[in-house]
Ligand binder design. Structure first.
Ligand code: COA
Length: 145
C-alpha cells in the first residue's frame, strides 16, 4: 500500500488521539508523559493532506531489556479503519525504533479491542490482562525487532 507517512509534531497527533482514544474527555487528556521529549517521535499517515492515522514512539526499557522502545497512541480515524493505515504507521515506527533508537524490542500496552491488530502484525501478547482506569483492559504487546 502506497501511503505517505511522515514524522509530525505533537500538535498534529492530538486531534486524532482526542477523537479516537479519548472521545468525550477534555483535550488535556491527549497530552501524555514523554510527549515533548526530544527523543519522542510522532508519526502520521495522510490521505491527500488529511491526517488519518497516528502513532508515537520513544525509548523506554521493557523489563530487563534496556534497548527497548515503547509505542503509544495508535489511532486511525473511524472512516479510514481497516484500510491498512495502521500497519503503515507501525512500519514507520518499527523502522525508527530499529534504526534511530537502536531498540531490540518494541512494546505497548494494547487495548483488548485492538489485540487482533497487534497480533496480526507480529506482536506477542504477554502476561495477564490488566485494567487501566478509564481506558479499559490491556495486555502488554511485544515485538522483537
Ligand atoms: C487499532 C487501530 C489502530 C488499527 O488501525 P487500522 O488502520 O484500522 O488497521 P489496518 O487497516 O492497518 O489493519 C491491519 C490489519 O489488522 C487487522 N485489524 C485491525 N484492527 C483490528 C482489530 N481491532 N482486531 C483484529 N484485527 C484487526 C485488519 O483487519 C488488517 O488485517 P488484514 O490485513 O488481514 O486485513 C484502529 O482500528 C483504531 O484506531 N482503533 C480504535 C483505537 C484503538 O483501539 N487504538 C489502539 C490502542 S492500543
Amino acid at each position: 500500500m502506497n501511503v505517505m507517512v511522515r514524522r509530525v509534531n505533537l500538535n498534529q497527533v492530538r486531534p486524532l488521539r482526542h477523537r479516537v482514544l479519548r472521545p468525550g474527555r477534555s483535550y488535556d487528556t491527549t497530552l501524555w508523559d514523554r510527549d515533548t521529549d526530544d527523543d519522542t517521535a510522532h508519526f502520521a499517515a495522510f490521505s491527500d493532506s488529511e491526517i488519518v492515522a497516528v502513532g508515537t514512539v520513544f525509548p523506554e526499557a521493557y523489563r530487563e531489556v534496556e534497548k527497548a522502545a515503547r509505542l503509544r497512541g495508535m489511532a486511525t480515524a473511524p472512516e479510514y479503519q481497516g484500510k491498512g493505515y495502521g500497519f503503515c504507521i507501525l512500519d514507520a515506527i518499527v523502522d525508527h525504533a530499529r534504526e534511530k533508537l537502536k531498540a531490540k524490542i518494541l512494546w505497548c500496552n494494547a487495548r483488548e479491542i485492538a489485540f487482533g491488530f497487534y497480533e496480526r502484525y507480529g506482536f506477542r501478547l504477554v502476561g495477564d490482562p490488566f485494567e487501566l482506569p478509564l481506558v479499559g483492559w490491556h495486555k502488554v504487546g511485544v515485538l522483537e525487532l
